[in-house]
Design a binder for this molecule. Sequence first.
Ligand code: MRU
Length: 353
Amino acid sequence: MVSTIEWTPAGVVMIDQRKLPAETTFKVCRDPEDVADAIRTMVIRGAPAIGCAAAMGVALGVQQADGEDIDGQVDQVCDLLASTRPTAVNLFWAIERMRTLYRSLRSSGVEIGEIRKRMADEACRVLDEDIAANRALGVHGANLMPEGATVMTHCNAGALATGGYGTALGVIRAAVEGGNAVTVLANETRPFMQGSRLTAWELQQDDIPVTLVTDSMAGHMMQRGYVQAVVVGADRIAGNGDVANKIGTYSVAVLAKENGIPFYVAAPTSTVDLSLASGQEIPIEERATDEVTQIRGHQIAPEETRVRNPAFDVTPNRYVAAIVTEQGIARDPYRPALERLVAQANAPKGDAD
Ligand code: MRU
């Protein structure tokens, strides 16, 4: 399984996801500005992965802050990282976790050298906990996969999109590890092609059978009985169970319901935003128009064409059969179920029921 991101003495090292599958190259981020740039330009992408990157970006900022106003500099780093992408809540969750620890260490009078070390340790813990969460949710989700099913997925919610192992692809991996010979139908995921470039590549690395289709083929494949379940990841899940995920997910969910196919969402509890009453409140990122008008620098639309490029959409909870987290599975009614799972995740170790 590929390593998405690592904390090293040279800096934060990330596989450059813009170059896959043609080239496997790595970017070394030596300061928080490099990390912010890598998130914005999608060197690293996927909600949990950008959370891990942001945590490491804050840790780098604390290593490098110096002089009279260290606290002000750390705040600026947090604000910079928070300005990179608006939709995935894991980004803000990770920044707040790091900022809270920093403030508590400062107010306890811990010496700055020790704070620098503990912040680096905490960033590595964010990464390790994400991988552990994905393995746990994978096991819960694997139980939902019919024997030998063909499972459709959209975008890339795999090892590349997380600290490792993946959410939607974590469910697939756990099913395969448990002896269930599922196969994957990957939607290519216009316009950034996370399905064709990343999901197909990642599953091939693990010898998990994968067939690629264009997004417009999803309905036909379902109608003809080629799909037994859908599993996707999430960028933010509102308190009522509405799910923001990669653009096109909503269409897949509606098609799944029309065709009587269960539509599952796999995400760690760090993706749940209980402060939002519904998905209508989730900010949707609009990205540059050339992602739509060009493919690899090649113009595919007339110059000056008016373009919209929303990067995410919201699937209303009525289309979601279950939300699989590391703490267990939530079903309708979602608010009490999600509240319970998030409380379990936040309980001091040993208190969880
Ligand atoms: O724009 P991206 O590639 O960051 O969008 C990623 C997705 O929408 C994923 O499905 C989501 O972040 C879940 S990743 C485990």
